[in-house]
Write a protein that binds this ligand. Structure first.
Ligand SMILES: Nc1ncnc2c1ncn2[C@@H]1O[C@H](COP(=O)(O)OP(=O)(O)OP(=O)(O)O)[C@@H](O)[C@H]1O
Length: 256
């Protein structure tokens, strides 16, 4: 049985058919890069995986169960725009990700529970290289550091699936390549299943173990909302393909 199973999924917003006939199986530990034209439904697809949107037709199952219709600890998400709280320090921002889930009954965590959360937070802060900045506020951090903080927050809940919506789009090229190393290490060490939307096809090839291209197979200019996008390419990628291989594959996707 696949870890994530997408069976005949369609998504409409009103009369607008965004996605159609999605049939995909994903194994645990895969890193799926997703590319496609602007507006073709990539974020909509991520939102369905997160449980923030529901398929209009079809089913998505995780570990054999239909996805819960709201986000839960199984699935963490990192957006391009940083989701950190401006009035909290780095340490507080990471701790709060866990405190929210533990605080439902008592209102706030204290004592031993807080100590455990702090130790866990420090571990993730360390893993994303923010140890020297634990007492800094987000406005004192660079864009790359803020994105590292958002990743540490997402990892705090030990998600099985990490959803990345253009996580590095706002970063300078040098910082981007550091972030690529970081996310690659996190993926391998935590045996995560990752779905990443990117506009940078090269980034998609370099990071993913599989690449999906979203596109419309049918398009009617008179009725632009009549057909939805599908996954028109599903390419397995060797882990960290070399540059020459990446360039060849990019050409293949462009000219088909
Ligand atoms: N909540 C919503 N209500 C109505 N329509 C929506 C909603 N969310 C998305 N859409 C529509 O669904 C289509 C796909 O949008 P989506 O954001 O998923 O595309 P995308 O591929 O992620 O685009 P981009 O690459 O520009 O981020 C668009 O036509 C958009 O207007």
């Amino acid at each position: 049985m696949s870890f994530i199973s997408i069976k005949n999924v369609w998504k409409y917003y009103g009369d607008n058919l965004v996605l159609e006939r999605l049939n995909l199986e994903v194994k645990q530990g895969e890193f799926v890069s997703m590319v496609g034209a602007s507006g073709c439904g990539k974020s909509t697809f991520l939102n369905m995986l997160l449980g923030r949107e529901q398929p209009s037709k079809g089913t998505i199952t995780l570990d054999g169960s239909t996805l819960k219709d709201e986000p839960d600890a199984d699935r963490g998400i990192v957006f391009q725009k940083y989701s950190v709280f401006p009035h909290l320090t780095v340490l507080q921002n990471v701790m709060i990700a866990d405190e929210f889930s533990k605080a439902k009954v008592v209102g706030w965590t204290f004592g031993n529970s807080k100590k455990i959360i702090k130790e866990k937070a420090l571990e993730f802060i360390n893993a994303v290289g923010l140890a020297p900045a634990i007492n800094k506020y987000p406005h004192e951090l660079s864009g790359g550091m803020q994105q590292r903080l958002a990743i540490a927050q997402a990892l705090m809940k030990a998600p099985k699936v990490l959803l990345l919506d253009e996580p590095f789009g706002a970063l300078d090229p040098g910082i981007r390549s550091d972030m690529h190393e970081l996310i690659h290490d996190i993926w391998q060490k935590n045996k995560l299943t990752i779905f990443m939307v990117t506009h940078d096809i090269k980034e998609g090839f370099e990071l993913g173990s599989r690449l999906w291209v979203f596109d419309k197979l049918r398009d009617d200019p008179q009725a632009p909302n009549a057909y939805g996008a599908q996954v028109t390419f599903d390419l397995p990628l060797s882990a960290r393909a070399n540059k020459e291989e990446v360039n060849k594959m990019i050409e293949k996707v462009r000219y088909n």
